[in-house]
Design a protein around this ligand. Structure first.
Ligand SMILES: C[S@@+](CC[C@H](N)C(=O)[O-])C[C@H]1O[C@@H](n2cnc3c(N)ncnc32)[C@H](O)[C@@H]1O
Length: 227
């Protein structure tokens, strides 16, 4: 790795240097093409914090579970193991979704959607879901307008009594992820962003250890849509 990559790695959540002069979609396509997903700074062999929160939701096996910015996450494999039959995984990177579907042998209970959360086309038309799960995606939307688009989409897609899991870098965390600047969150800020229709059920901080051995500080939150 050259010296500029080494410098990037120090401030990253991943071993994936920022690709300059390309739009964000190209950034993510390059990341997932260049690196094995198990090397990436957000890879989890066992996404236990998310699984613990999903267990609290007590969802039926046919509940619609939407994993946004899913990348190639192993959470999908775990949801298949738990016998959920209605799993949606969406990401801006088609390459990431190909890595995912190849790994799960195009499991019939998983549907993938390539779309941009802050310029949604297909996602705008999907049926409401019982669970929205986002680990380390919202925090890339540093502009107010992007956050508004994201939360408007989220609020329009959760069923009443449905759940939202948001896991982002917390205020003790890094300020960059995959070489891109991020916005840090805590449960208060996420509560404010979601508004009065959503009730916080649980929140905790979690130290995630990257494949490199470095630590990254996350806040995990579970909300219920109450009206
Ligand atoms: C840090 S990774 C986290 C991946 C996954 N959630 C996990 O925990 O393993 C961020 C993911 O967000 C996706 N992403 C970034 N910007 C996006 C956007 N505007 N719309 C949808 N997905 C996006 C990337 O392609 C990448 O897979």
């Amino acid at each position: 790795m050259n010296s500029s990559n080494t410098e990037n790695k120090a401030s990253n959540c991943g071993s994936s240097p920022k690709v300059e002069n390309v739009n964000d979609k190209n950034h993510w396509e390059t990341v997932y093409s260049k690196y094995d997903h198990t090397e990436l700074g957000w890879f989890e062999e066992n996404p236990q914090p998310s699984l613990d929160l999903i267990e609290l939701c007590n969802l039926n096996s046919n509940a619609r579970l939407l994993n946004v910015g899913a990348g190639a996450t192993t959470l999908v494999d775990k949801l298949i193991d738990l016998k959920y039959i209605n799993i949606l995984a969406t990401d801006i990177s088609e390459k990431a979704l190909t890595v995912l579907t190849d790994r799960i042998s195009s499991n019939k209970n998983v549907k993938t959607i390539a779309d941009d959360l802050i310029n949604p086309t297909i996602l705008s038309d999907i049926e409401p879901v019982d669970l929205w799960h986002d680990r380390a995606v919202l925090h890339f939307f540093t502009e107010e307008k992007q956050q508004t688009t994201y939360f408007d989409l989220l609020k329009s897609k959760i069923k009443v009594n449905g759940y939202v899991i948001l896991a982002m870098f917390n205020f003790d965390g890094a300020t960059k992820c995959s070489g891109l600047p991020i916005k840090q969150y805590d449960s208060n800020l996420l509560t404010k962003k979601l508004g009065a229709d959503f009730e916080l059920q649980k929140a905790f901080n979690h130290t995630y250890i990257m494949p490199s051995g470095d630590a990254r500080e996350y806040v995990y939150t579970l909300f219920k849509k109450i009206k």
